[in-house]
Design a protein. Sequence first.
Length: 436
Amino acid sequence: MVPRYARPEMSALWEPEAKFRIWFEIEAHATQKLAELGVVPESAAKALWDWWATDPAIDVDAIDAIEAVTKHDVIAFLTWVAEQVGDEARFMHQGMTSSDVLDTTLSVQLARASDILLADLDALLAALKTRAEEHKFTPTIGRSHGIHAEPVTFGLKLAQAYAEFDRCRERLIAARKEIATCAVSGAVGTFANIDPSVEEYVAEQLGLTPEPISTQVIPRDRHAMYFATLAVIAGSIERLAVEIRHLQRTEVLEAEEFFSKGQKGSSAMPHKRNPVLTENLTGQARIIRAYAMPALENVALWHERDISHSSVERYIGPDATIALDFSLARLTGVVEKLLVYPERMQANLDSMGGLVHSQRVLLALTQAGVSREDAYAIVQRNAMKVWESSGALSLLDLLKADAEVTAALSEEELEEKFDLAYHFKHVDTIFARVFG
């Protein structure tokens, strides 16, 4: 991942040294259990753990140099460890295959990455809840097709985002459970040369569950589901990012990203304040979603295994999780510092001469005995005059002057249909549903 879009904790999880440390733990735990079963000497497991207790530095360059000769990463690692530990290291990897180490390690990394992402989501949810409560009854215009529809509140917009990311959190919990499996079943997964209890022991030590049946690899439908979940979260990030970008447009300007002291918006135009953070999030979301497709294509491997998935996962494992970690943190910051302009929201609400209240008048006419078709035509012909005047005319005034309207509704009844507060009578109910 590009360092510009990487945060230290998630990036560290994917560093070669971190990977090799997980490899060692898998091998040492397996050797420990094999010793308990009497398959290898107890001294072998002890030698491994004694060396590990010295907190040795992992010489990534040395391992890479060995791999340059062996052309096999796991063998290179085992060779290097044997050079450090000595003769007892020959009992490592008894009955195991490389995928036991590689696949289980990927499971550990993705599970730990999930924990970081869940913490990110918690921070975002907290920010959304705070801002939603702050603007619970801040009136703003609701838009459909980008066109003024009916009034909502800005708090409702943020509560909607909260509910969506809360669903994302539940999906990620399920994806973490799906991916956190362990395979130590040997070549083609039959346990022919290693007891299933070894797999169970390694899984327990690493916080995983044993894969019920693994062929020679953990089935990749698990990984497909995981990366698809990350893609859905990215989609939700983009949805909120695009909303903020639209709200920051000069013609709208109901909210905008925080603009810090000394910040510059354009190299040419000193007046510019651009939504660069949310535009960046839109781009990040495209990348994260793109990783779902190769994960889906990895599901169909040949027979008990091939390695066509391997090169793909070397990209998508680190890149998708690092990018999503960065994106969630960035979005949290945007929400926390978001500049909100209630006066502009009210001005935009009022800008189209009361058109946003047309449905209430339509319904009132039908309840007063006018057919729905006639009521629609009456309100629409007046509304179009307001629309064509760009809001210079008042819908209420035009309706009061329309004989067909006044024949059914009094002036007081008409005025009541233009009460903004009417639209917000169930906001508390919606908030209770969202926030509990």
